[in-house]
Structure formats: C-alpha cells, structure tokens
Design a protein around this ligand. Sequence first.
Ligand code: PMP
Length: 404
Amino acid sequence: VWQSVPLAPPDSIFKLTAAYKADTFEKKVNLGVGAYRDDNDKPWVLPVVKKATQILLNDESLDHEYLPITGLAEFTSAAAKLILGPDSPAIKEDRTVSVQTISGTGANHLGALFLSRFYHWNGSPKIYLSNPTWANHHAIFRNVGIEPVDYPYYDPKTIGLDFNGFIDALKNAVDRSVFLLHACAHNPTGVDPTQEQWKAIAEVIKAKGHYAFFDCAYQGFASGDLDRDAWAVRHFVEQGIPLLVCQSFAKNAGLYGERVGALHLVSVDQDTAKRVKSQMSVLQRSEISNPPAHGARLVSLILNDAGLFEEWKRDIRTMAERIKEMRRELRRLLAEELETPGNWDHIERQIGMFSFTGLNGEQCRLLTEEGHIYLTGNGRISMAGLNSRNVRYVAEQIDRVVRR
Ligand code: PMP
C-alpha cells in the first residue's frame, strides 16, 4: 500500500551532523549544533540538575503514575511565574492558562492547534513568521492548517533588524492577525529588537488588535539574566496585548532530551481562562494523554527551592558567559588581529546560541569543503560549537574564504 510514498529529504541539520561525524580531519568543527557544548566541546549536565536528580532518586514517595492531563501543577505554576514574572497581573488575577508540553516544540504545536480550532480568524487562518525563522515553525503551523506568511525581520545589508520592514508588515496586515515573535535570542539570526523597538512593536500590535504568539526557547540562556530575557513578554502583558508563550527548558536547563516545556496563554479574565483550559485539556488528551514526569519534576524542584534556584541562575550565567566570551574572541580575531575585510561588530551585538555571520553560500561551502567547518548554507553558526581551542582556527578559515 505504501509504494507511492515519496522519499522525504533528510533534515538539513541532522544531515550536517552526519557529515561532520563522518569527517576524519583532526581540526574539524561543527558549528551546526543547536545544543550547548562546554569549552571541551562536550554536552554539559548542569550541576544543579545533577543535584536535583539525586534528590529525586532519594525520594521514596515518587512513583511512575500518570501526571494530570495538563501536567505537574507545581511545575506549570512555577514556570508561569518564571516567564511572566512573580508579580504578573495575569497570574495575580488568575487568568493565565498553563499546560505542560513536550518541550518548546510541543508548546508551539499545542498553541497552533488551539488557535486553529478557536481563534476568530479575520479571513483564512494565517500566521506571520519572521523571515527567517526556526525552520520547524513552518511545518508546525502547516500541520494544523494555518498558512505561514513571512514578515521582514533580518536585513542582510546591516546584518541586523529590518525594523521599518517589520513595523510596516504589522501595520499592513489585516486587523487581528497572528504574529509569531521570538521572545529573545532570535533563531537563526541572533538579532533581537532593543527594548525601545519592542515598545514600538507592541504599540502597533495593540493598535491593530493583533495576537502575539511568543516563542521563548532561550530564557536566561541569551543574556544570562532570566528577567531581562523575559522583558518583551512581560511588556506585552502589561500592555494588555492578547498573547500566548511557548516555553522550553531544553537550553536553559540543558534538558534537551527530557522534553520539558509549557504553554502559557494569558486571557482577559478568570472565566475565559477556565474555558480555554478545558479545551486545551481535550486537545492534549487526544494527542499525548498526559506529559512526561521526570523532567518536569526536576525543573519543579529547581524553581520551587530558593537555594536550587540560585544555583541554577549561576549555571545559566556560566553558559551565557562562555557564549559571550566566544563572541568577543571571534570578533576580536577577525576585526583586530586578522583584519578580515568587512565589519564584524554584529558577532558581538547578536545574542544567544546562534549568529548570522553574513557569509554567503559560496563562502559557507568553502568553509566546509576546505576547512572542515560545518555550518548551514545561510551563514548561521552556533556559538556553542566554538571553544578556546578552535576559535582561532575558525577565524583563520573565515578570513581565508572572505579574502578569496
Ligand atoms: N523554538 C525555537 C525558536 C527554537 O530554537 C527551539 C529549539 N531549537 C524550539 C522552539 C524548541 O525546542 P525544544 O522542543 O527542544 O524545546
């Protein structure tokens, strides 16, 4: 029966990783990875996660029963406080709906599914996505019958934000459109609006009655400060803009494979929240029945214990600082030591795991074929793939391909 099924192309990032693994060159570098690596190029289990794991192991009261459909309540309520802020009016007024999801991807899916069923679309269901965005966004929305539409975001001329293009798109979209916004550390560009720009974006969104679909995969990981990285979301809540937030603990807690995340929808009142939650439960039940327990228990322990929470903040700073250090060093090598043609300030100005280098497709191809440096053809590099031993080699290879 399946003979007519066409072969799907392999995922580009996984393809890159496979090519890197097969390469036997000693100085090869993988700048495609979407996961943190320490200075020895190894995955890092956060010390606070090790400690929390030990606590769980010693807890005789735990079992393997199912969690409730909407997840572990101690986890979802603490996670809501983490992103919206402990004093958020949305939490105080009990009008936030929080559901535990299969990490950030699952939150995006559940949010998209809920919108596809219940949003009052002004025309056919559409979501505005930044150009470019995390590639999975397109598939996630298409899967539930919502058509992705690009809005201008990245300006290759400045290797920065196309602020005017973004604002114009917000103004020109029909009222009550849905816009997906990266809360911080935009993937794949590393280019975020400033707080002043966020204020202007919020103003137009509010005036137009648009819906803000926030995706927050890097809280704390971006700047090293959990509150600073949540600033845009909290500002939108203060402005009374209707929104939801997809939250992931993959990066900031290093819990990639544990799939810990949540979807938080801020509604207008308690009664609406109750009805929304009931429908989300119905959707969740038919998709996953109930979310996995282990990772949520770990994060719940960390968020609800003042001591562990402080330790977590230290671990987050360790990761964010290492990434920033690599940004500084790569910029310094290119701009000051090698005097590579062009301006490299954007490397330090950008934030989070990824950086858009501004290298073109041909330069990326040469980096891989001649330098054994693996990166996506759009010039995106993962800062986590850099470390004190390979950053000079990477800078020298970039210098070489740029001078060609
Ligand atoms: N959104 C964005 C923008 C991301 O970069 C990621 C991770 N690559 C995710 C969502 C989801 O990741 P996860 O499902 O592992 O939490």
